[in-house]
Design a protein around this ligand. Sequence first.
Ligand code: F0G
Length: 461
Amino acid sequence: MKEVAFQQCIAASCSARFGIEELLFACTKCGSLLDVRYDWDRAVVPKKLSAFESRWNTPGRSADSRADYSGVWRFRDLLPFAPTEKLVSIGEGRTTLQEADFLATTIGMHPGQLYLQYEGFNPSGSFKDNGMAAAFTMAGVLGKSRVACASTGNTSASLALFARHARTQEGLPLQAVVFVGGGKISSAKLAQALDYGAKTIQVAGDFDDCMKLVREAAEKLDLYLMNSVNPFRLEGQKTIMYRVLEGLGWDVPDWIIVPGGNLGNTSAFGKAFAELRHLGLIDRVPRIAIINATGANALCALVNEHNLRWNDSDWDQSIIDKYWSQMETENFRAQTVASAIEIGRPVSLTKALRTIDVMDGVVRQVTDDQILDGKALVGAHGYGCEPASGASVAGLRLLLDEKVISPADRVVCILTGHALKDSAVTANYHTGGPTKPRFANPPVTCAANIEDVERILTGKD
Ligand code: F0G
């Protein structure tokens, strides 16, 4: 794999190239983010995407059949950076694409055109497991025994779970160290990190503080950094798009809609489609809509108000620097009910600009109320999701109103986390207060007798 894969700076003016086993989280020449890249002429890739379908398998004993059981490694030819014997898997990526006709008609779309991709069905309950399978594989290749991340809750849950299942070169579990914002993380996500045995550091600050701290700690204390600045994470997350295509019989949809937080998914999706196009495996690329929460809207503001563009990888860094320093002057802190995407300074910002370019993307922001309504619609018509994921359906409703998306377009909303990740927010939506939200379904109180049940069910008061 060393002959096929390498790391490369994303800035074309620099394009510095590094070996696949060099331990880096930014270009040492210019400081930009790094990609994992492949010499596709030397890689063996199936001629047609449909070849991947035949790999669905039950777990067997060989390295190949174990890899085929994973929804990430089933596509290993499209992320060929490690030998099959070294691939780490806990059964990630066996997720579902739902054709959501009731939801489609409820929000004014044509039936058969709206799909929901449930990444909450991963073992730790979020899409993060796709990326962790890849990053833990690299940790194994590099012989790392301690791994770390900053998190709003899902990265930490996923890292903690994988650390228990992956093995060091001595055959032991890895040590997981997670940095989470004190008081910000949902209790279910905190519980996962604790239950899976991670050293859980609750920082008196928010995600952005945790991110800064974990970078320092990784450098000083020899921790392998597992946030999405680790380019291997994004290789795993590319496979979400492969599974979406597979669910659609390998047809390319018109739109992918994704919540935007740290922008790892956004970055991975653009890379996935650029590579598939380069390989001649698809003939067109879908558009992408990236949805911020209004209280955590750096990408939306930078793109739509400050005209920040990829510009052939020659983005205007001064726009970004000015924006960050203004945030600092104003002591701005991200704030949204969707705690998973409560992020002020997304680390994969520049790669997200590239995705907007590749996928002719748009960026929008939605309010907390719109996010919660979006989430409730997924609950009522699908399998439910956590608040941040509701942003994608909220974004779809907004873009239908704006007529950017047409009711006849084929749309896939990515649902990033499981409904049980933040049930306190869900219960509060349905039961809370006098200002009843639009799709609330509050419980009805009942005396312990059949007459009262009858009164309730017949609507006779
Ligand atoms: N949805 C959920 C459920 C998330 O947990 C996250 C990110 C996002 C969306 C945003 O995705 O960062 O790729 O743009 N959660 C990270 C965490 C930050 O620490 O769990 P992104």
